[in-house]
Design a protein around this ligand. Structure first.
Ligand code: CTP
Ligand code: CA
Ligand code: CA
Length: 662
């Protein structure tokens, strides 16, 4: 570890001034307290993630332009290709026109008859028979997570996987240990014995920020000597630099990071400069940093709530919104939302880094274009779903009986209505691909028997209610004894059973630090749902708060809930070029009337409704209450950090909605 950066020859204790921070606040670092101002949170996000996965897999040189293709669209674009103006908004033909040397690698797909996903040269032409597999990226994601964890001290780490390519780290305890190591004076008790006594002041020597992007301070702050929060964040940035170096060295991936006092600001920080950069937002820099960002770019404000704020208060400038008194927000937004909003635009966020990484459910889905019209066709897809889910269950450790899903559900969409059928997964005998297939076939039969099943626009299979299996050295016999001896009858769950098995709620302790905007979101959820069999659930604020800034948060929520990656857009970009008359037509969503320029966007948007219905009905604590980005129209060019780094944003909405179905 490098020698103490601050201090130099002069010991902090020799400085007669007192710190703004107390002994108590220092001690609180060791316990990951969410309120200590010395807290340090990092957000790490992989650069052009799927594109890097393909580059590493294929051994493509780092300066070569590469994009990941899905059917005729692009879902990830590496930084060399972005220099050519290529972004997720391009289709393959457009991208190749911009850069003829572009390597366009199609994602892996499942295909009927094959029992494993594969990279296939003809995948793009087989949208009707193939289903996208993101397994290769999940695998890399897991390796990266493992490497990150390995590069942190085992007993002083708190890591939250926030999506397929990002994590939050709460570095507080590690930094606490490091502070005491570097500044032994801090280990002594307060001279008066009172922990609310201020700490001695750290040396005024300049801190060594190496090549970090250091967000500027207000002019009058520049002259102020660094205090312990600056020292803490400096140590945080050193830790993050080492973590990133390990990921790069061991696996070859570059990532960007933000280091700040909370999740909200650290996530904005990681997006500030990409690729392969880290950005430090000191406490004193937060207000100025946020001033650069449009309010609609902030977490939870990318949708209706953000629009409502902008139209009600006539500005999207955070600086101007900060001049509005809390009382005015309360009058327009309601007490809790107002308080949450008031804090958010000041960069205040007390949400915890949640190290729970267990998957709660898995979903395999496909949207059909052309629509499917028979049980035979549907059955082919059920085989693929069963294979997809089974291979993920194997990765989850089902063969070793580590984790086991208790419930299976099939969701079917026809004529704007989603029907779901579920049953308990029989216990006492091995759960394999064929068993999954038989179960979901039975569920399909139930739906078909009711009539009115065809044509079908979307079909998906999910498993949930994971149970822990054997731990440690327990033998297989113990596992099986633990489970029921006889399989329960195959029938749909009643409401109570569904409640009991389908959702795993993390145990909640009272959270006084959390703002509660659940009511606001829940209402809108309820309003936008149709034909959903269950009541809207209260939203998980842990999750809501773990996501920041842009409208990607819906995607994140989807992933975090474990309802991973439904099928992507299924109609092809080929049909929506300038020669295609539909390109110019404004299409409207039949459910919420949002308008779209092209069919692909509309389809993605409808997929979003479908996915949301499922998630609502499964009660997997839907934390996404906003409209998909795609419904908000176009032209959301930001003046915030994202646009600063030149990332194509013009039609990000379309690309964003892809993720949910990739
Ligand atoms: N993704 C997607 N569809 C979207 C958004 C993201 O399929 N609408 C996938 C991308 O392929 C991407 C990964 O999810 O590689 C992570 O997304 P994100 O972090 O937003 O973008 P990156 O491609 O990683 O690019 P950046 O360097 O800007 O983070
Ligand atoms: Ca990324
Ligand atoms: Ca990301």
């Amino acid at each position: 570890m490098s020698p103490p950066s601050p201090g130099g020859a002069s010991s902090p204790l020799r400085d007669a001034r007192r710190s703004r921070f107390t002994y108590r606040q220092l001690a609180q670092l060791a316990t990951y307290s969410i309120t200590t101002p010395l807290r340090v949170i990092a957000h790490i996000d992989l650069d052009a993630f799927y594109a890097q996965c393909e580059m590493i897999r294929l051994g493509v040189a780092e300066d070569k332009p590469l994009a990941v293709q899905q059917w005729q669209g692009l879902i990830a674009v590496n930084y060399p290709a972005r220099k050519w103006g290529i972004g997720r908004h391009c289709n393959v033909a457009e991208a190749k026109k911009l850069c003829p040397d572009l390597i366009a690698q199609h994602v892996a797909t499942w295909r009927e008859g094959d029992d494993k996903w594969a990279y296939r040269d003809d995948a793009a032409a087989n949208i009707a028979t193939d289903k996208v597999s993101l397994d290769p990226y999940r695998l890399q994601s897991r390796k990266i997570l493992a490497t990150i964890k390995e590069s942190l001290p085992r007993d002083l780490q708190k890591v939250e996987k926030a999506s397929i390519d990002e994590v939050f780290l709460d570095l507080s305890a590690q930094i606490h240990a490091e502070l005491l190591r570097r500044f032994p004076e801090l280990s002594s008790p307060p001279p008066s014995g009172d922990v609310s006594e201020p700490l001695p002041f750290p040396s005024a020597a300049a801190l060594e920020w190496q090549n970090d992007n250091l967000i500027d301070l207000e002019e009058d702050e520049e002259a102020v000597d660094p205090d312990w929060d600056d020292v803490a964040i400096l140590i945080g940035s050193e830790i993050v630099r080492r973590v990133r170096a390990q990921v790069r060295e061991k696996l070859g991936y570059t990532c960007s990071a933000g280091i700040a006092n909370n999740k909200l600001v650290s996530k904005l920080g990681s997006a500030f400069k990409k690729p392969n950069e880290q950005t430090v937002v000191r406490n004193r820099a937060v207000m100025l940093f946020l001033t650069e960002i449009k309010v609609t770019k902030m977490r939870n404000l990318g949708g209706k709530l953000g629009d409502q704020v902008v139209s009600t208060f006539g500005t999207e400038s955070i600086k101007e919104l900060r001049d509005i008194p809390l009382e005015q927000f309360k009058a327009k937004l309601g007490e809790e939302t107002a308080i949450w909003f008031y804090n958010t635009i000041r960069g205040i966020d007390h949400s915890e880094v949640n190290s729970r990484t267990q998957i709660k459910s898995m979903l395999s889905a496909k949207s059909f274009r052309p629509l499917i019209k028979s049980s035979e066709q549907a059955t082919k897809w059920l085989r693929i779903f069963a294979g997809d889910i089974y291979s993920r269950l194997v990765e989850e450790g089902i063969l070793e009986h580590k984790r086991w899903p208790r419930t299976i559900n099939l969701h079917h969409r026809h004529a704007g209505q989603t029907r779901s059928r579920g049953c308990p997964i029989p216990t006492g005998k091995p759960l394999d691909e064929q068993a999954l297939f038989i179960l979901c076939k039975e569920l399909l039969n139930q739906i078909v028997a009711e009539g009115g099943a065809w044509p079908c626009t979307n079909l998906s299979l999910s498993v949930s209610g994971f149970e822990e299996g054997v731990k440690g050295n327990m033998g297989i016999g113990a596992f099986f004894k633990k489970r029921d001896e006889t399989p329960p009858p195959l029938r749909p769950l009643n409401d109570t059973e569904f409640e009991n098995v389908a959702i795993e709620q993390p145990s909640k302790k009272p959270r006084l630090d959390k703002p509660n905007i659940e009511r606001f979101f829940s209402k809108r959820n309820a309003g936008s749902r149709q034909g959903s069999p269950s009541e809207t659930q209260p939203l998980d604020m842990d999750k809501q708060q773990s996501e920041v800034a842009d409208s990607l948060w819906f995607d994140q929520e989807w992933k975090e809930s474990g309802m991973l990656e439904p099928e992507t857009t299924t109609s092809s970009h080929e049909n929506s070029g300038p020669e295609d008359p539909s390109y110019l037509t404004v299409l409207a969503c039949p459910r919420c009337k949002a308008s779209f320029d092209d069919e692909v966007s509309l389809q993605s948007h409808e997929d979003w409704h479908f996915a949301k219905d499922i998630q609502d009905s499964e009660r997997v604590k839907p934390a996404f209450a906003e409209q998909p980005a795609a419904s908000r129209g176009h032209g959301s060019k930001g003046s915030g950090p994202a646009s600063k780094r030149g990332r194509p944003r013009t039609k990000r909405e379309q690309g964003q909605s892809k993720l949910k179905f990739g």
